[in-house]
Design a protein around this ligand. Structure first.
Ligand code: FAD
Length: 303
């Protein structure tokens, strides 16, 4: 379903993020997770996109499989990295022909291990340029929906490291919206104040599209360290760190992570959040526990 219709129909959306598996074992584990989470009837799921090479095809394969063989509505991520216009055109045509309704359009991070990568060689320098191109794809008539793809973009409540000037950063976010973005999904955060303030700043900047909160329940201390590296700028509040320090074993760490994320979700729902997007890390347990803690059997419970 086109993003505009999803958000018009549901005052609060629940969605999950997966990454494409690289091995047979991780693929099997992911399909187990998917079949468990399908019962929770998310309004959409999204599939991340690699920095280059063969993993990119895995995104396409997973999205098309979910579209054809599950009840889930998959949204592929797409980045500007290492792409020329004709690549993007082909990718969009394939997704349109498969009936995929929406794309999450991203700048993308520089690929690790690709020493000769030069951002200036990419056809699109910023996500806003990719949004413009995807928006224009509607004119090709390839997409069965005459509006073309619904388009999501990324938002950074605690700022993106590439733009230290937080006022300019809002201008850049607004540019993505002006080019035709239909919704924003945020980077993960552990401080709801940061999200709510970001939402207010978007409002002041004239950004009036749904802003979906990215939530990642911490499951292991090593995972948290990795995440701190990948989501540079994200703050880990003392309250969370103290609770994790008290946790005596892995199970206690996971329980703290689920409890903390539940509290975040409860507070966001009290504050009329337009959507909660779970970074599942291809596992179902934490998401299922949080649903239970929120009193939700599935998303029908929201309506
Ligand atoms: C929800 C979510 C999902 C993600 N999924 C993926 C994924 O699947 N694959 C992946 O590789 N990465 C993913 N990322 C990471 C993301 O690609 C990187 O964080 C990237 O650096 C920023 O992406 P963006 O779309 O905000 O890029 P952009 O909007 O292009 O912004 C990138 C930087 O450039 C600045 N900027 C924007 N416009 C201008 C301009 N005109 N002039 C100067 N500076 C400008 C911005 O302020 C920012 O600092 C995801 C991030 C989020 C929040």
């Amino acid at each position: 379903m086109h993003a505009t219709d999803i958000f018009a129909k549901h005052p609060t959306t629940f969605s999950f993020e997966f990454f494409p598996p690289k091995t047979e074992a991780s693929s099997e584990a992911l399909y187990g997770t998917i079949s468990e989470l399908e019962a929770y009837k998310p309004h959409f799921v999204s599939v991340t996109y690699g920095a280059g090479g063969s993993t990119r095809e895995l995104t396409h394969d997973l999205v098309v499989k979910l579209k054809g063989q599950s009840s889930l509505d998959p949204i592929p991520h797409l980045t500007c990295v290492c792409h020329q216009e004709n690549d993007i055109q082909e990718i969009l045509d394939r997704y349109a022909e498969a009936g995929v309704s929406n794309i999450l359009a991203l700048g993308g991070d520089p690929p690790r291990g690709l020493d000769n990568y030069r951002k200036e060689d990419d056809a699109f320098q910023h996500a806003a340029d990719l949004v413009r191109f995807i928006k224009k794809h509607a004119d090709s008539g390839v997409h069965p929906d005459k509006r073309g793809f619904g388009i999501g973009v990324a938002g950074f409540p605690e700022g993106h490291p590439g733009t230290p000037n937080r006022i300019k950063e809002m201008d850049y976010l607004k540019a993505k919206v002006d080019e035709g973005a239909d919704y924003i999904v945020t980077q993960l955060f552990f401080s709801n104040y940061a999200f709510l303030d970001f939402r207010d700043r978007c409002d002041l900047a004239g950004i009036n599209i749904p802003i979906i909160a990215g939530i990642m329940p911490i499951s292991t201390k090593s995972g948290m360290t990795r995440m701190a590296d990948l989501s540079a700028g994200t703050n880990f509040p003392a309250k969370l760190l103290r609770a994790l320090n008290r946790a005596s074993d892995d199970e206690a760490v996971e329980r703290v992570g689920i409890h903390y994320a539940t509290e975040q979700c409860l507070d966001l729902l009290e504050n009329d959040v337009q959507g909660i997007h779970f970074y599942t890390l291809n596992k179902s347990h934490a998401t299922r526990e949080i649903y239970a803690n929120l009193g939700l059997k599935d998303t029908d419970g929201l309506e």
